[in-house]
Design a protein around this ligand. Structure first.
Ligand code: PLP
Length: 391
């Protein structure tokens, strides 16, 4: 099998992971080759790694309008999500969690494990457009709730949840509130100084930093107890010697993401919109998944009725186009995504769902390649299995 090179592919799977930006890599190299000391050591050789970590803390804080002291580096978004929830159960002594049916596996698998251990988990439903009903949430969050956890942006559909409004509700009820902002950070503006969210998860590899680095925002004075990785680093909130080079890369990536926010809305949003309207107007029996309004500017989820998304992905791959069916974590499984199930998307559509997700590295030429390839692929697959189609 010939594996295509980066130059040959059209990469439209940026919600799965992103390319490490050249500027990010450049910033990281000295921390691998020259400044490799332990940032916690007291001699002068450790000064530079320590400075690198603290500089990155400032940059990540700036991206989300937080104070540097509120940023704690972790290994990934999943760890940040798990840490916030486990901590809340510990510090409150309560045994109930409120979350949504469309969270990422980083939340859902953990919640499932916790429910086996006796924690009551309430999964809030969404409507056909993927939106939450705030009245449901208001009802579910009560004095028994240890924490409410709601994602800022859905990784499959890009649908945004009104997390700042939810934070107000949780504050009034005296319940801790965590937000998984892994997909939102760097794509929409976040200002932690202007909201009441207690904890917020971030991940480096979704915004052009390397894999294996993330952060948890912990609001000043919010009660937090480290669970899995205890130790003295990160002011006792997350043990383990810091992944200095990756943290430095994350900082640079956060700075770049902040400077490109406007571009996300305009250039990237325009490319996404153009692809969406091309697909919906040119290819019969296809549908957008999720609200067209409150949505990440880079994400497009579409369903092709009656076709298996795996077949579409394989044929797109043959043309050098990388995208995914639902979330990358469920690719390979024949089960339709839990997000589309929660939205009550009919099975024949849910099974044929494809997600295109853009980054600042995509160009009009990428959109053109998809425009050239996709209609032929869909009509070929439909001609092979015409009976399964439901209009
Ligand atoms: N939360 C969301 C919404 C995600 O999309 C992802 C990754 O796809 C994660 C959490 C997990 O992040 P990480 O890969 O850094 O563990």
């Amino acid at each position: 099998m010939k594996v295509p090179t980066e130059k040959e592919i059209v990469y439209l799977d940026n919600n799965a992971t992103t390319k490490v930006a050249a500027e990010v890599f450049e910033e990281m190299v000295p921390y691998l080759t020259e400044y490799w000391g332990n940032p916690s050591s007291s001699y002068r050789f450790s000064h530079q790694p320590r400075e690198g970590v603290e500089g990155a803390r400032d940059q990540v804080a700036a991206l989300i309008g937080a104070q540097p002291k509120e940023i704690f580096f972790t290994s990934c978004g999943t760890e940040s999500d798990n840490a916030a929830i486990s901590s809340a159960l510990r510090v409150t002594g309560r045994r109930k969690i409120v979350t949504t049916a469309v969270e990422h596996a980083a939340i859902l698998n953990h919640a499932e494990q916790l429910s086996k251990e006796g924690v009551r988990v309430v999964y809030l439903p969404v409507d056909a457009e993927g939106r939450l009903n705030i009245a449901d949430l208001e009802k579910a969050v009560d004095e028994e709730t240890a924490i409410c956890s709601v994602m800022w942006a859905n990784n499959e559909t890009g649908v945004l949840f009104p997390v700042e409004e939810i934070a107000e509700i949780c504050k009034l009820k005296g319940v801790l509130f965590h937000v998984d902002a892994v997909q939102a950070a760097g794509k929409v503006s976040i200002n932690m100084a202007g909201n009441k969210i207690d904890f917020l998860s971030l991940s480096g590899h979704k915004l052009h930093a390397p894999k294996g680095v993330g952060a948890l925002f912990i609001r000043r004075r919010a009660k937090f107890s480290p669970h899995v990785i205890g130790g003295h680093q990160e002011r006792g909130k997350r043990g383990g010697t810091e992944n200095v080079a990756s943290i430095v890369g994350f900082g640079k990536a956060a700075e770049l993401a902040g400077s490109r926010l406007a571009e996300k809305k305009s250039r990237i949003g325009k490319m996404r919109d153009e692809l969406e309207s091309f697909i919906l107007t040119t290819i019969p029996d296809c549908y957008r998944n999720g609200s067209g309004q409150d949505r990440l500017p880079n994400t497009l989820s579409v369903s092709f009725d009656g076709i298996d998304s795996e077949s579409i992905l394989m044929m797109l791959d043959q043309k050098g186009i990388c995208c995914s069916s639902g979330s990358a974590c469920t690719t390979g499984s024949l089960e339709p995504s839990h997000v589309l199930k929660a939205m009550h998307v009919p099975l024949s559509r849910a099974k044929g769902s494809i997600r295109f997700s853009f980054s600042a590295y995509n160009t009009q030429a990428d959109v053109d390649r998809v425009r050239e390839a996709l209609p032929g692929i869909i009509s070929k697959l439909r001609s092979q299995s015409p009976v399964t189609r439901v209009s």
